[in-house]
Design a protein around this ligand. Structure first.
Ligand SMILES: Cc1cc2nc3c(=O)[nH]c(=O)nc-3n(C[C@H](O)[C@H](O)[C@H](O)COP(=O)(O)O)c2cc1C
Length: 271
């Protein structure tokens, strides 16, 4: 399906599987009509997700049926889920990460592929030559990194800690946002994500200089509860809550939001 037929859609790139795999992904993204390339840079290795081993993620994603035996009672006690899983073609592969001669990457191999990939600022320069559209660098938390990304040609940066799924105890993104906005000096768009669940979360980010926010789990909750309609509903809830928050603040529009609507704690690095 052509991405462009659904309106502007961005392609998120992980530098997995080496430059040749990335070149293939970028080429397919261009041909499919994606309008921007989002390069995620905060995943040099997968974070320690302690629930994954407890839930048997490795065994369930592996191709070995034997490894799945301990999880059979759980699987069989969810017949609806099992039927949908099987009818959907069972375990998907990463069709967008194709290493020459190897085919699409298996999900179970992603962790090792992330760990063996090294992403440097030089990669951004190399991608700049392959992709003529806007490049968004996702996963920055400091003014210095944001400045460097913009100097290397990023049209936008995403202040993100990957929803807290990578390095525990890093800054909350709202707190890192003012430093990044100050460093970028209006020369690129600044977006933010992490913990956006309510309209007031969006409003706070806009007040502190974000141009927009991204959501990870908020739409996924809607998807899990009610499929595509659930995603639409999640977006509607956020939108109406932004409008309610503006009214409660006495602010006429999103464009009129500024620092005067929020009180930034004195302990934050950039006021
Ligand atoms: C299940 C899950 C999978 C994710 N996969 C990716 C990914 O493949 N690439 C990426 O850049 N970010 C990924 N993220 C991070 C999100 O893009 C986003 O930064 C984060 O979820 C924002 O926080 P929120 O979930 O609180 O909105 C993932 C997040 C979740 C919860």
């Amino acid at each position: 399906m052509k991405a462009a037929s659904q309106g502007p859609v961005w392609y998120q790139l992980y530098l997995l599987g080496g430059r040749e795999a990335a070149e293939g992904s970028i080429d397919r993204a261009r041909r499919a009509g994606f309008s921007a390339l989002v390069i995620t840079v905060d995943t040099p290795v997968a974070g320690l997700r302690e629930r994954d081993p407890r839930n048997g993620m490795k065994e369930l994603l592996s191709t070995s049926l034997f490894a799945k035996i301990p999880y059979l009672p759980n699987i069989l006690s969810h017949p609806g889920w099992l039927a949908a899983f099987l009818s959907d073609g069972s375990l998907p592969r990463l069709e967008n990460v194709v290493s020459p001669g190897k085919g699409p990457m298996e999900l179970v191999d992603v962790g090792a592929a992330l760990a063996s990939a090294t992403v440097t600022w030089g990669d951004l320069r190399w991608i700049r030559e392959l992709w003529t559209g806007p490049i968004v660098v996702k996963g920055l938390l400091t003014g210095d990194d944001a400045r460097r990304a913009v100097d290397e040609g990023a049209a936008a940066v995403v202040v993100s800690n990957h929803g807290g799924r990578q390095l525990d105890s890093v800054s909350p993104t709202l707190r890192a946002l003012p430093e990044v906005v100050a460093a970028v000096k209006g020369q690129a768009e600044v977006l933010m994500d992490g913990g956006v669940r309510r309209g007031s979360d969006i409003v706070k980010a806009l007040c502190l200089g974000a141009r927009a926010v991204l959501i990870g789990r908020a739409y996924a909750y809607g998807l899990a509860a009610a499929g595509p309609e659930g995603v639409t509903l999640a977006l509607k809830i956020l939108r109406s809550d932004v409008e309610r928050t503006l009214r409660l603040l006495g602010c006429p529009s999103v464009g009129a939001l500024d620092r005067s609507y929020v009180e930034v704690p004195a302990s934050w690095p950039v006021q």
